[in-house]
Design a protein. Structure first.
Length: 64
């Protein structure tokens, strides 16, 4: 079994993680310097509300 203390131990940065964290920090700062826009995301155009309603109707139809 694990406890909440185990999770804290896992998430606590250690000297072994220092190269990884340093690399992540450097990568994030390089990404922050990029001024170009990203490509449009396909999921921005999905009608989530309509899709969810249709899926709910289908589930209710199947259940009777």
């Amino acid at each position: 079994m694990s406890s909440d203390d185990d999770a804290l131990d896992i998430l606590t940065p250690s000297a072994t993680m220092l190269p990884v964290l340093t690399g992540l920090r450097a990568s994030l700062s390089r990404l922050g310097d990029i001024k170009t826009k990203s490509a449009p995301r396909v999921w921005d155009n999905i009608d989530f509300e309509g899709t969810a309603c249709a899926m709910a109707r289908f589930a209710l139809c199947e259940d009777g």
